[in-house]
Design a binder for this molecule. Structure first.
Ligand code: QAP
Ligand code: CO
Length: 167
């Protein structure tokens, strides 16, 4: 297992649309293991493959306190329903910033698991929000896209500066 490098906003590679996984083979299972390790190490509750510069439709999520309930979604398709709900969201690619985002309460997901087996899941609450956030990543979309232009510009400026210092 290995830790993967997480891209930081405004890295343009975060805008790449992820392609469907053709076959859940050993390479994909290794990617999933590495993404889980990277998410737990960060620590975070969700990670999409685009964030580690892999343009494939793969998501890992664990919202449990004990960090022992990994969810893996390969080629996810979602349908959202129910009333709008507002949650403070963050992102491993936007470190240090949390802002309210409005999404839908319920989500119905169809996906493949780490063995390539199709499954479906209905979620609400934080898991639902997290699934919607991670599916956005697969389309090159970030939670900061829902904020005002001013807020997004401020976040971009602060993160660009801190990346320059580190480089
Ligand atoms: C997406 O985000 C999410 O700023 C997952 O300094 C987050 O795991 C969906 C993190 C909240 C819904 C609600 C963020 C870690 C982790 C940071 C994450 C940071 C360190 C974010
Ligand atoms: Co994110």
């Amino acid at each position: 297992m290995s830790l993967l490098n997480i891209l930081t906003f405004p890295d343009p590679r975060l805008r790449t649309k992820a392609k469907p996984v053709a076959a859940v083979d050993g390479a994909i299972r290794t990617l999933v293991d590495d993404m889980l390790e990277t998410m737990y190490d960060a620590p975070g509750i969700g990670l999409a493959a685009n964030q580690v510069n892999v343009a494939k439709q793969v998501i890992v999520i664990d919202i449990s306190e004990a960090r022992d309930e990994p969810h893996v979604f390969i080629n996810p398709r979602i349908e959202v329903r129910g009333p709008p709900v507002e949650t403070d969201e963050g992102c491993l690619s936007v470190p240090g910033f949390y802002e309210p985002v409005t999404r839908r309460e319920h989500v119905q997901v169809e996906a493949l698991d780490q063995q390539g087996k199709p499954f479906s899941l209905e979620a609400e609450g934080l898991l639902s929000v997290c699934i919607q956030h991670e599916c956005d990543h697969l389309e090159g979309k970030l939670f900061v896209d829902y904020l005002s232009n001013l807020k997004r510009a401020r976040i971009r400026q602060k993160l660009s500066k801190s990346q320059r210092v580190r480089a």
